[in-house]
Design a protein around this ligand. Structure first.
Ligand code: GLU
Length: 415
């Protein structure tokens, strides 16, 4: 995954004519933290996990990015995702740098009490390097508002009441209205903008989604509300399809109860991985990374791919999709709605002020539509695809901020 995020960076850096020295400075994380998290299980046995926080870049503000609880979390993984956060926050122009982290653990194997103890121990190990003006974690894969509440509480024990240390919190702990569905909502806005560019609309559009977690489920619901048909949805246990469009709210209820879309009676079941090559107009990968690969990219039937997941397309697959004329709206733009509303949450917290949902949604919409237009315009100006354009825009913003902090003759070319 690290290779992929570096590959996309290098492609844009080449389009910008960046020197090797600047590339190296921009790619290297500022700080990599690895900690041992030792706790006790409910049965009184010792549990040992390894946690990470990779802090990539601070040029444009405190670092920001999620915490993932997943067995695949390791230093390379967190570094790649931290890099993506730097470029993502720059694409939507919110005043943050990038970070990412998590614990190498399968939370399904822990009780709620154990999960809480592991989370609190992790926070106490990294508390010196996070904070409202340093690095602000948020939810990511397998983490949620409840866990963010524990993080706020643990940090506040040491530093006093600090809601601004973490975003994606429960509303009672000064989370922001609209944060939970923010990534899905942002996906909906960029899809609408991409369709407009192609002279098309949502009406009757056939959409297939991989993943029905926090991102995929809200994206499906909001996109269906705009008149599109969700014709296939899959997760790691299976898939369901319906050529007339799935009843997304019934699927929501099913998935909440069963924790999978598998077995939903409102559609036909299929093997989950087939969703990537489904007969549809739009494909939305909203689960794991590296799922569109050299092996399946030639079989993708959608004309438009909206990357709701982080890093779902390998560089080889990206080239194949480009060659085939398939438009890809890249992750660092398509899924930036989450961190955008995280910014609103943080801004509300440090001002001790609360916005109404309407304001959150209105501001998110403005930022997502404006960011799409900015990326598209860079793409036209430099004659490059949307992913390269998004990286060019981000590298310019981050690079110029980094250099403006110093007394140096180095520069980031604007053309
Ligand atoms: N984990 C989300 C992402 O990958 C949100 C990060 C945040 O809100 O800080 O963008």
């Amino acid at each position: 995954m690290l290779e992929a995020s570096h590959h996309y960076f290098q492609k844009a850096a080449a389009a910008l004519g960046l020197s090797e020295k600047i590339r190296d400075i921009l790619l290297t994380p500022r700080r990599v933290v690895k900690v041992e998290v030792v706790t006790e299980s409910d049965a009184g046995e010792l549990l040992k996990h390894v946690g990470f926080r990779v802090q990539h870049n601070t040029a444009r503000g405190p670092m920001k990015g999620g915490l993932r609880f997943h067995p695949a979390v390791d230093e390379d993984h967190a570094t790649a995702l931290a890099n993506l956060m730097t470029w993502k926050t720059a694409v939507v122009d919110v005043p943050f740098g990038g970070a990412k982290g998590g614990i190498s653990v399968d939370p399904a194997g822990l009780s709620t009490g154990e999960l809480q103890t592991v989370t609190r121990e992790f926070v106490s190990q990294i508390k010196e390097v996070i904070g409202p003006t340093i690095d602000i974690p948020a939810p990511d894969m397998n983490t949620n508002a409840t866990i963010m509440g524990w993080i706020m509480d643990e940090y506040s024990k040491h530093y006093g009441f600090s809601p601004g240390v973490v975003t994606g919190k429960p509303l009672q702990l000064f989370g922001s209205p609209g944060r939970e569905e923010a990534t899905g909502r942002g996906v909906m806005y960029v899809l609408e903008e991409a369709l407009k560019d192609q002279g098309r609309s949502m009406q009757g559009l056939r959409v297939a989604l991989q993943g029905f977690g926090n991102v995929g489920s809200h994206a499906a619901r909001l996109i269906a509300e705009q008149g599109a048909k969700i014709v296939a949805v899959a997760d790691h246990l299976g898939g369901v399809s319906n050529p007339d469009g799935l009843d997304v709210s019934a699927l929501f209820d099913h998935a909440r109860e069963k924790r999978t879309v598998d077995g939903f009676v409102g559609g036909d079941s299929f093997a989950g991985e087939e969703v990537l090559t489904w007969d549809c107009d739009v494909l939305i990968p909203a689960a794991l990374e590296d799922v569109i690969t050299a092996e399946n990219a030639r079989d993708v039937r959608a004309g438009l791919v909206i990357e709701a997941a982080n890093g779902p397309t390998t560089p080889e697959a990206d080239e194949i999709l480009l060659e085939r004329g398939i438009t890809v709206v890249p992750d660092i733009l398509a899924n930036a709605g989450g961190v955008t509303v995280s910014y609103f949450e943080w801004a509300q917290n440090i001002q001790q002020y609360q916005w109404e949902l309407e304001r959150v949604v209105g501001e998110l919409e403005k930022i997502m539509r404006r960011s799409y237009a900015a990326v598209r315009d860079v793409g036209k100006e430099k004659q490059v695809d949307l992913r390269t354009a998004a990286f060019v825009l981000a590298i310019r913003r981050v690079g110029q901020a980094a250099l403006a902090r110093r007394h140096t003759r180095e520069d980031i070319p604007l053309d």
